[in-house]
Design a protein around this ligand. Structure first.
Ligand code: SAH
Ligand code: SF4
Ligand code: F3S
Length: 473
């Protein structure tokens, strides 16, 4: 196996492009991280490809949040191993294509949480790299070649990572993610993120603004600011004092070209008055907010260590809608948390009815190694949790459909992002993050255009260009 670790050499002086395949699991921050890994590797001659089959270097950027997510990684690694072995075999017999080796890296939160186990379970893995060390990939690659199988983990140091990432970013369309905050100090009793992403840390304002300007320069119109607790952002400002997310949003809105700003994920306890007020004042701040509550029961919220009750959450939603009446709410819910009774679950259903979500996710509780909830008494039987999950998902789907249908007959601004499947159709997003399909609009990709909504469906809206848009187009 050791020979297969050497990256393909360019013997004829003509460096063949090396192909990089990154498979991303988990949250939007992993999507951002995968893009940045591609940015880091581009100067080394790696261009991305969309299958593992023709890749020289494969990175699995993994998620540890639920058991299923983590287990997927091992089955994917099994498949990659076969591919890698077949390559090595071809190189011996001289048959097959020119790609005789494959380097396999596991990055992300599974790498951080169980790097040792990955190495033990899957010998085909060459590199294990945690979420704070992927800027070291070039070095890890050379070390891999030299060390012949030595595997490398790394510790938390987000400061170093962001300083080391290249300025230039590959962009893909008019929207982009931009990480501004990483890590979590909240320690909800079910959650691995404080262990996989480390303590809360915010990037300095200047660094965020520089990256946003770079994105705007490449045609990006909408940025989604990312953080595990993004509304706890407190990056160093130009005056040395720390800046809030609200202040950051105002500064970003000044950048020519940046017309839309979103942020995710927020914790209810960090939803400040200033941020709520900004939603009423700042046009660029989009009226869509992902504000997970996890449960509608005070008892369960306490067991989860969420540090607020249902009343505080409901009052918060009222205040947010007081500032921005058309705010679309999104959230996450966990059903079957240890000790959750039918009555607790009913309180969750009641809270959902009161809030009215535009889109939200419901998950079945998954016990995670090392978290306090995993050893709590009263683990809920899987069939009970599954029944609750289905009931909650049905209610959320109903609310989403109602929210989408409610847009019929209205004119909404759509940022067109990409071509649709049929003819010259284009797909964009409404301010409320709804997907909008419009015929004969692919020439408008990258622009924000008023669209008459014809009807709303479960997962999207159908619209047509307004007279005004047709005239201006
Ligand atoms: N930082 C964000 C999101 C963290 S993970 C936040 O604070 O909300 C995304 C979602 O996964 C969580 O909101 C939660 O609903 C879900 N989740 C986290 N741990 C889980 C577990 N052990 N079992 C099931 N769902 C979980
Ligand atoms: Fe996990 Fe809670 Fe932190 Fe969100 S706030 S990342 S759910 S510990
Ligand atoms: Fe998963 Fe890590 Fe994100 S555990 S949800 S990839 S922070």
């Amino acid at each position: 196996m050791t020979e297969t670790l050497v990256p393909p050499a360019a013997s004829d002086g003509q460096a063949a492009p090396k192909r990089l395949f990154i498979k991303t699991y988990g949250c939007q921050m992993n999507v951002y991280d995968s893009e940045r890994m591609a940015d880091v590797l581009r100067p080394l001659g790696y261009a991305t490809t969309d299958t593992a089959a023709d890749a020289d270097f494969v990175i699995l950027n993994t998620c540890h949040i639920r058991e299923k997510a983590a287990e997927k990684v091992y089955s994917e690694l099994g498949k990659l191993r076969e591919l890698k072995d077949a390559r090595a075999e071809n190189s011996k017999t001289g048959s097959g294509n020119s790609r005789n080796s494959m380097i396999i890296a596991v990055a992300g939160c599974v790498a951080q949480a169980e790097g040792e186990e990955i190495m033990r379970r899957q010998p085909a893995v060459d590199i294990v790299v945690g979420p704070q060390a992927y800027h070291q990939l070039p070095e890890l690659l050379t070390r891999t070649a030299r060390a012949r199988g030595e595997r490398i983990g790394a510790d938390f140091a987000p400061v170093d990572k962001f300083d080391a990432l290249p300025q230039a970013r590959g962009v893909n369309g008019p929207t982009a993610f931009l990480t501004v905050q990483e890590g979590c100090d909240k320690f909800c009793t079910f959650c691995v993120v404080p262990y996989t992403r480390g303590a809360e840390w915010s990037r300095p304002v200047a660094a965020v603004l520089a990256e946003a300007r770079e994105l705007a320069g490449r045609g990006v119109r909408e940025v989604t600011l990312l953080g595990q607790n993004v509304n706890a952002y407190d990056g160093e400002g130009p005056d040395g004092a720390s800046s809030t997310l609200a202040r950051l949003a105002y500064a970003l809105a000044e950048i020519p070209g940046i017309d839309r700003i979103r942020y995710t994920t927020s914790h209810p306890n960090d939803m400040t008055d200033a941020l709520i007020a900004a939603h009423g004042e700042l046009d660029a701040l989009m009226p869509w907010l992902h504000l997970p509550v996890q449960s509608g029961s005070d008892r369960v919220l306490r067991l989860m260590n969420r540090r607020h009750g249902r009343t505080k959450y409901l009052e918060l939603i009222d205040r947010i809608r007081g500032s921005r009446p058309d705010m679309a709410m999104s959230g996450d819910f966990i059903v079957g948390f240890p000790g959750e009774t039918d009555r607790d679950f009913e309180e969750t259903m009641d809270l959902v009815r009161r809030v009215g979500y535009a889109s939200a996710f419901a998950f079945m509780y998954s016990p995670r190694p090392g978290t306090p909830a995993a050893s709590m008494t009263g683990q809920v039987p899987a069939e009970v949790a599954r029944a609750r999950l289905h009931a909650l998902q049905a209610l959320l789907a109903e609310q989403q459909l109602a929210f989408n249908m409610d847009k019929a007959g209205r004119t909404v601004d759509v940022l067109f992002e990409k071509k649709g499947r049929h003819g010259a159709q284009a797909i964009g997003r409404s301010p409320w993050l709804q997907s909008v399909h419009v015929d004969d609009a692919d020439h408008l990709i990258g622009r924000i255009v008023p669209v008459d909504i014809e009807y709303g469906q479960q997962n999207s809206l159908k619209g047509r260009l307004t007279e005004k848009a047709l005239d201006g187009a």
